[in-house]
Design a protein around this ligand. Structure first.
Ligand code: WT7
Length: 565
């Protein structure tokens, strides 16, 4: 581990203050992520260094330097100032992985407003719940996606501005603006908002078991941990070409697809296309990617694609590869070592943690299948039912973290009681189950709740069930995660129909499509099973766990323990 010597000695030398030193930050001075990712790099002489290599879906490539990032994020910040958006107001970003996403994200932060990234495949219901909950004052979007915003804008009285960033020449409605960062007047300098470590920065929505998605609120001080973990876990060094495959609609895409690497002045690759083996390997070869951060579902798909495709490309630039989002199968680690000559290093964290908390560090012995060990400065434990640490090695319990840590979320937006409920006996309860072996390695056991993890994305069963209820034929429903060899889980829905509707294949497709449109392709059930009624607890809660146990053929045991938890 670079500056800290070996992994073993890192713990003794570690102090979160190290990040302050590295960033040249002095307590009491302003701390704005937007500044640290752009202006500071220019001040350090990296103005002409390429910050972003962007390949569009047709394969054309554009490069932007840190100075371009600085100027374009200034343009976005001053546009917001012109629109009278104040610090602390929420500004959504709703677009594919295009350069404007990155410029606008940093511009929002420079103004001191709160960036709310929204995954561009969201349908109108997913969009509405998040925009309503956040009380967004403005949204940046593109021609391709503005239609969905138009469908719901009348239900969003707080939404003052809709900015279409490629909307030149488009017919605009009231509250809509066209903006073009390339032709907008250059903004050489912008008075960056003097945020502190506790000033809100990013609001990322994540899924829970009950209720609609919750907005995890992050602060500018998250950069301390994002910076250090990017350096010591992802191992980024000057001269690296780094590629994070995650979309900034999710926290990996902002913490490690924007903030961490750019706080280090590293060149990043962004592909507009989603998963596409030949394009992915082609990008590694063409851009000379050295460090790659991806997810188990993609890795399993690459394993399925096979070694023959790997052999067609020169991947010799790669030197370090990491994974996050779901359990990384031991076979994937062994396979990558065989075909790429490099093992995938698993990392564990969550939207709420803001940064990597447990990981396999470069140089540490990897136990394939293990998530690794806590990052120095992080205290992680496995708790028993009394919320005290389990002392016997190998015994499973609830994975918990000792607050605080720099990138910890500060609340769930407009939902303080749910936030409070995440803390027990002085621990933050993650919602996962894990065990710790004799050597201190952490092993993922499973989720401790009904949240569905499909391809590394969390889906709330409640959100799917609420959307299903909007369908004219659905009387009641339950959504569960069904085991899947590639995506780990896929959404399966059990549906009881209203009188007058009969189960049919057409109706199944119709309902599936309805959810795809209203929520997103991720939340879309892959399968619907029509049932007469659903199993419920005495108080009327649907017993999803019973349905899941039936699905997996697991022993369900004493179902009285399932009641009302
Ligand atoms: C949940 C958090 C921030 C990363 C992207 C997902 C699962 C995450 C691992 C891993 C097993 C993992 C957990 C966690 N998860 N990483 N290495 N091994 N499971 O962020 O959407 O907030 O999801 O993803 O269940 O709680 P998220």
């Amino acid at each position: 581990m670079t500056d800290l010597g070996s992994y073993e000695t890192a713990y003794d030398k570690f102090d979160w203050q190290l990040a302050r030193k590295e960033l040249g930050y002095e307590d009491g001075s302003p701390l704005n992520i937007g500044y640290y990712c752009t202006d500071r790099n220019c001040e350090r002489g990296l103005g002409d260094t390429v910050a972003l290599i962007w390949e569009d879906s047709s394969g054309d490539v554009r490069r932007y330097t840190f100075n371009d990032l600085r100027i374009h994020s200034n343009a976005y910040a001053s546009l917001l100032a012109d629109l009278k958006i104040a610090s602390g107001e929420r500004v959504c970003i709703f677009m594919d992985r295009v350069p404007d996403l990155y410029f606008s994200f940093l511009g929002i932060l420079k103004l001191g407003a709160i960036a709310v990234p929204l995954f561009s495949a969201f349908g109108e219901d997913s969009l509405l719940t998040r925009m309503e909950n956040s009380g967004a004052a403005a949204i940046f979007t593109t021609r391709k996606h503005v239609k969905k915003v138009r469908k719901i804008r009348d239900r969003l009285p707080q939404l003052k501005h809709i900015v279409v960033v490629d909307g030149d020449g488009m017919a605009l409605k009231e509250r809509e603006h066209a903006f073009n960062v390339e032709t907008a007047p250059k903004v050489e300098s912008f008075d960056v908002y003097p945020a502190t470590a506790d000033t809100p920065s990013v609001l990322h929505y994540t899924s829970g078991t009950t209720g609609q998605p919750k907005g995890a609120l992050h602060v500018h001080g998250s950069i301390f941990q994002q910076h250090l973990t990017t350096k010591w876990v992802l191992d980024l060094k000057p001269g690296d070409v780094y590629w994070c495959t995650a979309d900034p609609g999710w926290v990996t895409g902002t913490s490690y697809g924007i903030i961490g690497p750019w706080s280090l002045g590293i060149t990043q690759v962004v592909l507009e296309v989603g998963f596409f083996p030949a394009r992915w390997y082609g990008a590694i070869e063409n851009f000379g990617v050295t460090v790659w951060y991806s997810a188990p579902t993609a890795i399993r798909l690459l394993m399925r694609e096979g070694e023959a495709t790997v052999k067609k490309f020169d991947l010799s630039s790669l030197r370090h590869i990491c994974s996050v989002g779901e359990p990384l199968n031991p076979e994937a680690v062994i396979w990558s070592e065989k075909v790429y000559g490099l093992p995938f290093h698993d990392t564990w964290w969550q939207t709420e943690t803001g940064s990597i908390m447990i990981s396999n560090f470069p140089g540490m012995k990897i136990k394939p299948g293990s998530m690794g060990k806590p990052f120095p400065g992080v205290t992680a434990a496995v708790l028993g039912p009394d919320y005290n640490p389990v002392l016997e090695p190998g015994k499973a319990g609830v994975l918990a973290l000792k607050p605080p840590w720099p990138s910890m979320f500060r609340t769930y937006w407009n939902n303080p009681s749910t936030y409070e409920a995440k803390f027990k006996n002085g621990w933050y309860i993650t919602g996962d189950r894990a065990r710790i072996d004799k050597e201190g390695y952490f092993w993922f056991v499973g989720r401790d709740d009904d949240v569905i993890n499909t391809g590394g994305h969390l889906v709330s069963p409640f959100e799917v069930e609420s959307a299903l209820l909007e369908h004219e034929a659905v009387a009641e429903s339950a959504a569960i995660g069904k085991p899947d060899p590639v995506n780990m889980e896929v959404v399966k829905a059990f549906v009881a129909l209203k009188p007058g509707h009969e189960p049919s294949h057409d109706l199944e497709l119709n309902i599936i499509n309805f959810i795809r449109k209203h929520l997103s392709p991720l939340a879309m059930p892959q399968e619907i099973e029509f049932v007469k009624s659903l199993p419920k607890t005495r108080s009327g809660k649907i017993m999803r766990r019973l349905l899941r146990a039936q699905e997996t053929g697991e022993e369900i045991g004493d179902i009285s323990t399932l009641e009302d938890d």
